[in-house]
Each structure stands twice: as C-alpha cells, then as structure tokens.
Write a protein of this length. Structure first.
Ligand SMILES: Cc1ncc(COP(=O)(O)O)c(C=O)c1O
Length: 384
C-alpha cells in the first residue's frame, strides 16, 4: 500500500480504538426526534424561507456565478448586508458562504502581521471554535489562551503583556456552542477598550436566540469601532452562511484582504434570499425565544434531578457531560434505538474527560417531545 494511505488507515484505526472515530449518522428519517440540530427557532423548514429562496433564485439565479468581486455581487447580497448592519448597530456588514469560512478568513486577515507591522498578541478563550483557531493558524499567530470565560485571567494576561508594543485582539464566542454558557460581552468590550485591543465576538449560537430583538448578545452593546461581530445564518436562522458586522473600514479591509471572501464564489442567491427572510422574521419570534429558553431551563432542572451534569449551560444548548467517549457513545446509541437523535461530542472537539451528549433545543419541540427526551435519557444514562 502507498505509505500515506497506510498511515491514513492507521490513524482511523487508532481513533476507532479510542472511541473517537467520527461516522456520518444515518440520514434522519421522518419520525426521528431530533435534538442534534442547531435549527433553534425551527426555521429551516418554514415555507416562507423556502419560498423566499425560490423567489430569489427566479430573480437572480441558483448560483452567484463568481466571487463578489467579479460577477457574484447581486443587489440581494447588498440589501442583506445593509439590513444586518442596521440591526446589529454596526456601520457595515459582509457575508460569507459559511460561518467557518467567515472566521477563518476574517481572523487571518485581521492578524496579518505584514499589515500590522508586528506579530499580534491574540487572547483567546480556551474553548473557542475550531474555525477561530484556523484563522490564527493561517496567520501564523500564536494564541494566549485564557481559562474559559475567566475574565480575571484574561485581564491578568492583558496586563502581563501591557508593556509590549504589539497590536492586541481578544477572540471569544458569545454563546459557546458545546457548553451553552454565556460570555459577558459588555465586560469583554470594556476590557478590550481599556487595553486598546480589538474584540472579535462569534455570535454563531446567539444569532436568532439572544438580544432584545434576537440579533445576538452584542445587539444590546453600543458597538465600538474596534469591536467586530461575527455570526452565522446556519443555526438560529435555519439556512447557511456567515456574516461579519463591523465598521466600514474593517469591511473595506476584509473585501481587500480576506482570502475566503476574495477567492470564493459568493453565497448563492437561494441562500441569501432564505437567510434575509429568516433575518426579517427574527424580531417577531420573541415568544418562541422565551418559550425555548424556559424549556431549556426546565430540562436542565430535570437532568440535574436525574443526577446528570449539564455544566454551566444557560441557553438552548444543554450538554450532558458523561466523561468518557465510551459512555457517551453508549448513551447516544441507546437514545437512537428509541428514535431520539442527539450528538455525541468527544475530543478533540471538547477537552479530554468531558465527552458529552449535546442537546440542541428548538422552538419547534413540543412538551411531549421534551418528556420523551427525558424518559430516553433516564433510560440511556441510568445504567452508565
Ligand atoms: C461558534 C461557531 N462558530 C462558527 C461555526 C461555523 O459556522 P458554519 O456552520 O456556518 O460554518 C460554528 C459551527 O459549528 C460554531 O459553532
């Protein structure tokens, strides 16, 4: 066998032996009760979104036909960006084909030392998403990782490096995707301003669910020009894609320097049409948001009642931390046998010893669905 191929096979065997092999789940069938999705508002199948996609396709085509800088810039992309900026309270916004691409491309561009004149100091929450790490790696930037959500530790690191004449940036999610806990975004912005650092906030899991009108935790902030907010259309909005809400200067800079924007076909009009429709629905969904978060709180209480560890979750994402990959896979499989789908999240996605079931709640779940989930969890985790 070719040596590289042999090594790939060995890597897979080794992952399997540790319970860490990733396999695609069977395509979900009708009747499966799904708690593995990020469709927090139940928008993915709303007829309005499907119709908006079709209408955008009829008007602008199924594909964007090129990068935004070439043939792909439709009026729809610009209308959507203006709408995002207005609702996020930023001067401007820029959309990307995926959230992963937005983070990788925007962070890599923001950390470009050939532009900054020195290697930046990057202060990262230890549990930030892989796409944020990729942005740092692409820029060749070392990260100073602070303990998860620990702003005292962040402040200590900022102070330790305060005499260095280097640009600074703080990277954090606002709602953490695997833990469902919340960053104090006002305190982060305050710290960033005090230390003359940029703040880059990832609102992937907050968009649609948190904020006065549902546009994310940063919606309640008076955004500083040095605060850059990223979010996705792939989770609470039920579609796909990513956005960056920022100053006009930063948008112009990303248009010129973000490789994942420049060298990639613009998001399809189908996607932008549906995402714009979802974005416009978000402020009307206050009651759904409140019911979703109340249901999540009840679920956490019930899980604690079963003696299960839900970490510091305060959102629509509830982990059930079981520790080992083996226990997590056994519980996931037992639930699947009962027609309930949840995600089994293991290292390296989460730290060693914290393998977990990840429950993503949706406004479309009913009380009966929640009762079925709880009963399934009682059986699946009871004997472990
Ligand atoms: C915090 C966070 N940022 C970014 C992304 C990437 O977003 P997308 O799925 O739209 O590529 C994810 C996806 O899981 C995420 O959890």
């Amino acid at each position: 066998m070719n040596d590289s191929l042999r090594r790939y096979a060995e890597a897979l065997e080794s992952a399997d032996a540790q319970g860490l092999l990733r396999r695609l789940p069977h395509p979900a069938e009708d009747g499966v009760l799904d708690f593995s999705a990020n469709d927090y508002l139940g928008l993915a199948r709303r007829p309005e979104l499907v119709e908006a996609a079709a209408e955008a396709g009829r008007r602008y085509g199924a594909g964007a036909t090129g990068s935004r800088l070439l043939s792909g810039n439709t009026p729809l992309h610009e209308v959507f960006e203006a709408r995002i900026a207005a609702d996020k309270g930023s001067e401007a916004a820029l959309v990307f084909a995926t959230g992963y691409q937005a983070n990788a491309a925007a962070i890599a561009a923001l950390l470009d030392r050939s532009v900054l004149g020195a290697e930046p100091l990057v202060f990262s929450d230890r549990l930030n998403h892989a796409s944020m790490h990729l942005g740092c790696t692409l820029a060749g930037a070392k990260q100073l990782r602070y303990r998860h959500l620990d702003l005292v530790h962040l402040q200590a690191l900022l102070e330790k490096h305060s005499s260095e004449a280097r640009p600074r940036i703080i990277l954090s999610e606002s709602v953490f995707g695997m833990d469902g806990d919340l960053a104090d975004v006002a305190a982060l912005q305050e710290l960033a301003l005090r230390h003359d650092a940029l703040l880059y906030l990832d609102e992937a899991h907050a968009t649609g669910v948190f904020g006065p009108r549902g546009y994310g935790l940063s919606e309640a902030l008076d955004l500083a020009p040095s605060t850059i907010v990223m979010g996705t259309m792939s989770k609470g909005l039920g579609v796909s894609g990513g956005y960056v809400a920022c100053s006009r200067l930063v948008r112009d800079y990303l248009v010129n320097r973000a490789g994942g924007f420049i060298f990639s076909t613009a998001p399809s009009p189908l996607v932008v049409g549906a995402a714009l429709c979802a974005w416009e629905l978000v402020p009307t969904l206050g009651p759904e948001r409140a019911a979703l978060l109340a249901r999540a709180e009840r679920l956490r209480q019930d899980l604690r009642g079963l003696g299960l560890d839900t970490g510091a979750s305060r959102t629509q994402i509830a982990p059930v931390i079981l520790g080992t990959p083996e226990r997590t896979l056994a519980a996931r499989d037992a639930l699947e046998t009962n027609g309930i789908r949840v995600s089994a999240v293991r290292p390296p996605t989460v730290p060693q010893g914290t393998s977990r079931l990840r429950l993503g709640l949706s406004a479309a779940h009913t009380d009966a669905d929640m009762a079925r989930l709880l009963d399934g969890l009682r059986r699946a985790c009871g004997g472990l």
